[in-house]
Design a protein around this ligand. Structure first.
Ligand code: FAD
Length: 738
C-alpha cells in the first residue's frame, strides 16, 4: 500500500471532472469530514476542460431549473470564496426560431420560464440584432433573450470547485485510478485502486464517459457511452464584442459565443460519431480526437447562414473531445438500484458544466439525508432497466438521435426512432397488424393509438392537435360508452411472499393491506416526510402472497424501494414477475357482457365486486382477473401467464366483434384517467406530495399501527394543508395541454 493513500474514507468520489469536484465541494459544505476524491489522471483532464462553458438556466422542470440557477449563482461567487478565478460572466443568451413550430416551442418555454422564475423575454428581431450584431435575422420568425444566462471557463471552474473542496477538508488524489469496487451484503464496502484498497461507506460514480465501466464494477447499469463533440473558434470578427450574449440557433443545430473577439461555434448533429466502443485508451488525458472537417461541415454550413462572417473568418482552432450521452439525453443522478450507498452522477449529455453546481449540491444532500431536497425523478438513475445497459442499444440510440435531440424540435409525444422493438408484449405483432402506432415508455413498445384501415400508423408531430387525436378520441369514447380492450403488459408486477410479507407491507403501505384473500388495495408507499414514493395496488393472492402492480416507468424504482424496506431478519422476499405476466384490460360498461361470452366465472357485482381479484377461465385458458382499472369502472384487468396471452387475446377479439369492442392505446388510457381524476405518479403526485395534499386521504388508514410516513401525516393534519392538488377544466378545447 502506498503510504500516501489512506486506507479508509467515509465517502470516495470517483472522477475529478467538474461533477466529482462539485460533489466533493458540496459534501464538505454540508459538514462531511472524511471525503476523498480519486482521479485517474489530473483534475479536469477528462471532458470538463474542453467545454464551451455555456450556462443555460431554463430546464424542463422546476426542480432542475432551480439546480441550474443555483449553479450559476455558485460559479459567480466561487472566486471570492476560493481565490481561484472561474471566468464566469453573466452576459445573457439569445435563442432564435426559424420556423413557426420552433416559435411555438419557445413560447411554451417562455411560459415555463415565468412559472419557474427565470427572466426570459420575447424580443424583436431588431433588438436581437443589436445584441448579436453579426447575426442574420431576415429568415427568422422570433427571438428570445435570457438575461441571467452566462458563460464560464470550465477548466478554471472545475479547479475552483476542487480548491473549495480541499479548503473544506476533502482529500483529492490525482493519478490514482480505481480498479474495482467491493460490496458486502449488496452495500459498498471498499474501493480498489492502483495504489491499494480503501475501505469506505459510500462511493460516488462521477466518472463521466467512464461511468458505465465503474458501474459494472459494482454490478450496476449505467447506460451511457461517449460521442464526439466538436466546436471551432475563429480569428477576431468585426462586430463581435466582449460581453455579447451567446446564441442558440437550434433550427441550425448550433450554438455560437464570443471567444477572444472571434466566434466559437459547435453543434449537435443528426448522426453523431460514437466513440470508445472498444474501451477508452488508458492514456486519455486532455486528449483531443482527430479533426473531422466532414462532420463539422454541416455546422459550418448552418453557421454561415446565421452569421455570414463565418464564411470569411479564419479558423484558429477545432476542438473535438468525447462526452458521455445517455439513451434519453438526460443525465443520471441518485443512488443506484440494488446497491446500498452507490451513488451516481454521470452521463451529462453536454450540459455538465451548466448542471455541475446544482447536481453536486443535490447529490450531496441526497447522500447526507437519504433523499434529494426536491423531487428529481426526471434524472433519477432508477428510470433505466438493467437491460438498457446493452451497448448496441445505447450506441444506436446515441448515434442516431440522443445527440441531435439536444437541439432538435422537442415535439410533444415525440418517439425515438432508433433501438426500437427490444421490449415487446407477446401480442405486439397482432397489435401491429391491427393498426397500432407504437410509442416507447421505459423501453417498452406500447400501442399508443390505433390507425383505422387506410390510415398509416405514424405520428405527425405538431404543437397543436396531432394526427392521432381523432382516432384516440374514438377509442376513449368507446371505453366510456361501450367496451375497449388494451394491452398494458408494460405494468410492473412483483410478488411479495413469506410469513412476514403482510407485516412488511403493512409498514410500507399507507393503506391497510391486512385484508381477505382476493382483495385489491389501492395504496401509496410513503417516505418519512409523508411524501408519495410510489402509487400501487396490492392484491392479496394467498395468505402469505401479495401481488403488487405498478407503472412501467417506476418498475425498477418501486422494486428498489420495497426491497430496501424489507428488514434483513424478515421472512419476506420480493420477486419481479413482470416478465411472467401480460396484462390485457377489458374496460367499459359492456366489459362484463363481453367477458361472459368467454368465461364461466360469475362476474356479477355480488360475486365479483370492485377491488377484488381471482383466477377465472378465459377462452381456452386462465387469467388472474383484477376488478380495478386506471380508466374507471366497469372493467377487469386480466393478468395472463405470458405464454397463454395470444390465445386469450384472440378469444377476446373474437368475442368483442359482437359488441364492436375497439382496441385502445395509451393516449386514450391517459385521457380517460384524467377524466376520472386518477393521479399519475410523477406528473400529479411525487415524493414531495402527501396523500392529503393529493386528495388521496381515502387510501390512508391513520388508525393503522405505525406505517412509514404516519407521523408526518399526523403533523400535517394538525397544522393544516398548505397546498392541494386541484383538477380543473378549460373552456377552449383546442390548445394542446401538456
Ligand atoms: C466540446 C465540448 C463542449 C461542451 N460544451 C459545454 C457547455 O457549453 N456547457 C455545458 O454545460 N457542458 C458542455 N460540455 C459538456 C461538459 O463538458 C461535460 O458534461 C462535463 O465536463 C462532464 O463532466 P464529468 O465530471 O461528468 O466528466 P469528466 O470531466 O470526464 O470527469 C470524469 C473524470 O473521471 C475520471 N475517471 C474515470 N475513470 C476513473 C477511474 N477508474 N478512477 C479514477 N478516476 C476516473 C476521468 O479521468 C475524468 O477526469 C461540452 C463538452 C464538450 C466535449
Amino acid at each position: 500500500m502506498n503510504d500516501q493513500i489512506p486506507t479508509h474514507a467515509r465517502v470516495v468520489i470517483i472522477g475529478g471532472g467538474i461533477i466529482g469536484c462539485s460533489t466533493a465541494y458540496h459534501l464538505v459544505e454540508l459538514g462531511w469530514k472524511d471525503v476523498m476524491l480519486l482521479e485517474r489522471k489530473r483534475i479536469s483532464s477528462g471532458t470538463s476542460w474542453a467545454a464551451a462553458g455555456l450556462l443555460g438556466q431554463l430546464w424542463s422542470t422546476s426542480s432542475l431549473t432551480k439546480l441550474a440557477k443555483y449553479g450559476a449563482d455558485l460559479y459567480s461567487g466561487l472566486e471570492e470564496k476560493t481565490g481561484q478565478p472561474t471566468g464566469y460572466q453573466r452576459h445573457g443568451s439569445l435563442r432564435v426560431a426559424k420556423t413557426e413550430a420552433r416559435k411555438s416551442e419557445f413560447l411554451r418555454a417562455l411560459g415555463m420560464a415565468r412559472a419557474f422564475g427565470i427572466k426570459m423575454e420575447e424580443i424583436s428581431l431588431d433588438e436581437a440584432k443589436k445584441l448579436f450584431p453579426v447575426m442574420r435575422t431576415d429568415d427568422l420568425v422570433g427571438a428570445w433573450y435570457q438575461v441571467d444566462d452566462g458563460v464560464t471557463n470550465p477548466e478554471d471552474t472545475t479547479q475552483a470547485l476542487a480548491k473549495g473542496a480541499r479548503m473544506g477538508g476533502a482529500k483529492i488524489f490525482e493519478n490514482t485510478a480505481v480498479l474495482g469496487i467491493e460490496l458486502t451484503n449488496n452495500a459498498i464496502s471498499a474501493v480498489k485502486t492502483e495504489k491499494g484498497t480503501i475501505s469506505c461507506e459510500y462511493i460516488v460514480n462521477c466518472a463521466g464517459m467512464w461511468g458505465r465501466e465503474i458501474g459494472k464494477m459494482a454490478g450496476v447499469s449505467i447506460p451511457l457511452i461517449a460521442a464526439e463533440h466538436m466546436h471551432m473558434t475563429t480569428e477576431p470578427v468585426e462586430g463581435v464584442y466582449k460581453g455579447m450574449p451567446y446564441l442558440r440557433d437550434m433550427d441550425g443545430l448550433i450554438y455560437i459565443k464570443e471567444e477572444m473577439g472571434g466566434l466559437l461555434m459547435g453543434g449537435f448533429e443528426p448522426v453523431a460519431k460514437t466513440w470508445g466502443m472498444n474501451g477508452i485508451p488508458d492514456n486519455f488525458e486532455y486528449t483531443q480526437l482527430d479533426e473531422d472537417w466532414d462532420q463539422m461541415e454541416q455546422f459550418i454550413h448552418n453557421a454561415i447562414l446565421r452569421v455570414p462572417a463565418f464564411a470569411e473568418a479564419g479558423v484558429s482552432n477545432l476542438t473535438t473531445v468525447p462526452e458521455s450521452f445517455t439513451p434519453d439525453t438526460t443525465f443520471m443522478l441518485g443512488e443506484a438500484p440494488g446497491v446500498k450507498n452507490f451513488f451516481v452522477a454521470c452521463g451529462m449529455n453536454s450540459v455538465g458544466i451548466t448542471s455541475a453546481g446544482g447536481a453536486g449540491k443535490a447529490l450531496a444532500q441526497w447522500i447526507s439525508q437519504g433523499y434529494p431536497e426536491e423531487d428529481l425523478w426526471p434524472v433519477d438513475v432508477r428510470r433505466f432497466n438493467k437491460w438498457q445497459n446493452n451497448i448496441n442499444y445505447i450506441e444506436e440510440r446515441v448515434r442516431m438521435e440522443a445527440v441531435e435531440n439536444i437541439y432538435a424540435d422537442h415535439w410533444p409525444f415525440k418517439q425515438p426512432v432508433s433501438s426500437r422493438n427490444v421490449l415487446c408484449s407477446p401480442i405486439h405483432d397482432s397489435l401491429k397488424n391491427l393498426g397500432a402506432c407504437f410509442g416507447v415508455a421505459s423501453g417498452w413498445e406500447r400501442a399508443n393509438w390505433f390507425a383505422p384501415k387506410g390510415v398509416e400508423p405514424v405520428y405527425e408531430y405538431s404543437w397543436g392537435r396531432q394526427n392521432w387525436f381523432k382516432y384516440s378520441a374514438v377509442e376513449h369514447m368507446n371505453i366510456r360508452e361501450n367496451v375497449g380492450i388494451y394491452d398494458l403488459t408494460s405494468m410492473g408486477n412483483y410478488l411479495v411472499q413469506g410469513k412476514d410479507a403482510k407485516s412488511v407491507l403493512q409498514k410500507i403501505c399507507a393503506n391497510n393491506v391486512s385484508v381477505p384473500v382476493g382483495k385489491v388495495v389501492y395504496t401509496q408507499l410513503l417516505n418519512e416526510r409523508g411524501g408519495i414514493e410510489a402509487d400501487v395496488t396490492v392484491t392479496k393472492m394467498e395468505e402469505n402472497k401479495f401481488f403488487v402492480i405498478t407503472a412501467a416507468a417506476t418498475t425498477v424504482r418501486d422494486f428498489d424501494w420495497i426491497a430496501r424496506h424489507i428488514p434483513e431478519d424478515a421472512d419476506a422476499v420480493i420477486t419481479d414477475v413482470t416478465a411472467s405476466y401480460t396484462m390485457l384490460g377489458v374496460m367499459g360498461p359492456r366489459s362484463r357482457d363481453l367477458l361472459l361470452k368467454i368465461t364461466d366465472a360469475d362476474l356479477s357485482n355480488e360475486a365479483f365486486p370492485f377491488a377484488t381479484a381471482r383466477p377465472i377461465s378465459v377462452g381456452h385458458a386462465e387469467a388472474f382477473a383484477v376488478r380495478m382499472s386506471f380508466v374507471g369502472e366497469l372493467g377487469w384487468e386480466l393478468y395472463i401467464p405470458t405464454h397463454l396471452t395470444q390465445g386469450i387475446f384472440d378469444a377476446l377479439m373474437e368475442a368483442g366483434k359482437e359488441f364492436d369492442a375497439k382496441l385502445c392505446g395509451l393516449h386514450a388510457i391517459d385521457s380517460l384517467r384524467l377524466e376520472k381524476g386518477y393521479r399519475h405518479w410523477s406528473s400529479d403526485i411525487t415524493p414531495d406530495t402527501t396523500p392529503f395534499e393529493a386528495g388521496l386521504g381515502f387510501a390512508v388508514k391513520m388508525n393503522k399501527d405505525n406505517f412509514i410516513g404516519k407521523s408526518a401525516l399526523i403533523k400535517q393534519k394538525k397544522a393544516g394543508l398548505k397546498k392541494k392538488l386541484v383538477i380543473f377544466t378549460i373552456d377552449d378545447a383546442e390548445p394542446l395541454i401538456l
